[in-house]
Design a protein around this ligand. Structure first.
Ligand SMILES: Nc1nc2c(ncn2[C@@H]2O[C@H](COP(=O)(O)OP(=O)(O)OP(=O)(O)O)[C@@H](O)[C@H]2O)c(=O)[nH]1
Ligand SMILES: [Mg+2]
Length: 334
């Protein structure tokens, strides 16, 4: 589950020390294009050349939507058996539509992981919501996830109002609660638009195969959108920046996780330079840590999930209030 899916034949690395400079520099290197922005399903379809549908082949798009932290990304990774979307216990981890491809005999399902839908407080929050709601409108099946451990409430209902009647309602994290609790959550969730209800655990995999089989059965006739060996279309540079952000989310708390953005500013494999943006000067020190300890820990953890030999350079930079600035968000692909 931890191997990044998209690196082919990584070159032998020359350095095995991680370089985690403590001082953020202020040079304004613009990250190159290959990251951040992921196409919406509509854009993808508009961009695709017409493809022939092999006799009897079926395919389609399935989006995973729900409030933040319900386990959408964990479920996507579980379905694919590969990690293609980062996960954390902080809300709003996912900030883009992330596509992952499942191939089964005679059928291809393109899953779309989406940002958690929430009450936005910043322009970024608004954009994340728009992106997630957009992904609920342009796919063959919408999966609405709710958390088995939290009260099914107004936030879930708000999301449910925005999904089609034939959505699949998924109660996730069933490993954490009793069977009775699962039942009562299913009853609560049955108030939502839903054609089917699945209790699952994305963590243990329980119930996931039944869900996959159901989703495969709902795919209409269609072409193979992606080659059979492709698990995701996420770009390498985007993925490395995401990995760094995931490791940062694991060690930060309160408002800081929301204030962090990562982007690759240089890719000369095996040397990769990732810039970590924070919103305020005071946050810079926290991300760097005492004598660079936090940055170093983050770099080591991220590198463990990259091909061997990667040389990661992490830099921290203040980009004041980037979450509220349209241009900054555009640049980051949010
Ligand atoms: N015990 C348990 N924990 C889970 C399960 N699914 C997800 N989690 C945990 O729930 C937290 C949130 O998981 P994510 O997959 O990041 O949730 P998300 O819905 O993608 O969140 P956003 O991207 O922020 O919207 C993480 O700590 C996961 O490890 C599950 O089935 N069981
Ligand atoms: Mg997520």
């Amino acid at each position: 589950m931890t191997q990044p899916p998209m690196f082919d034949d990584p070159l032998e690395g020359v350095d095995d020390e991680i370089d985690a400079p403590v001082g953020g520099d202020d040079d304004d290197v613009d990250a190159f294009d290959a990251q951040g922005r992921t196409m919406s399903v509509e854009e993808f379809l508009a961009d695709s050349v017409d493809q022939a549908t092999p006799e009897g082949f079926r395919s389609g798009f399935v989006s995973l939507v729900g409030r933040p932290n319900v386990g959408k990304s964990t479920l996507l990774n579980r379905i694919l058996g590969r990690k293609v979307s980062i996960v954390s216990d902080k809300p709003q981890t996912t900030r883009n539509q992330i596509r992952g491809v499942l191939n089964r005999p005679g059928v291809q399902v393109v899953f779309v992981d989406t940002p958690g839908i929430h009450k936005p407080r910043t322009l970024m929050g608004q954009r994340l919501n728009d992106s997630a709601i957009g992904a609920a409108g342009s796919v063959d099946v919408v999966c609405l996830l709710v958390d088995a451990t939290a009260p099914v409430g107004r936030g879930d209902a708000w999301v449910a109002e925005r999904v089609p009647d034939d959505a699949v309602v998924i109660v996730n994290k069933c490993d954490l609660v009793s069977k009775d609790k699962v039942l009562s959550q299913l009853v609560r969730a049955s108030e939502f638009n839903g054609s089917e209800y699945f209790p699952v655990s994305a963590r243990t995999g329980e119930g996931v195969e039944a869900l996959i089989e159901h989703l495969c059965s709902r795919m209409p006739p269609g072409p193979r959108w992606y080659p059979a060996d492709m698990v995701t279309d996420v770009e390498e540079a985007f993925w490395v920046a995401e990995l760094v952000r995931e490791k940062l989310l694991a060690v930060t708390r309160d408002e800081l996780p929301h204030s962090i953005a990562c982007r690759v500013t240089e890719w000369a494999w095996p040397r990769v330079r990732v810039e970590i943006l924070v919103e305020r000067e005071s946050q810079k020190g926290i991300v760097i840590g005492k004598k660079g300890a936090v940055l170093k820990q983050v770099g080591v953890a991220a590198r463990q999930e990259m091909p061997e030999g990667a040389f990661l350079e992490l830099h921290v930079k203040v980009d004041k209030d980037w979450q509220r600035r349209p241009k900054a968000l555009d640049r980051l692909g949010y």
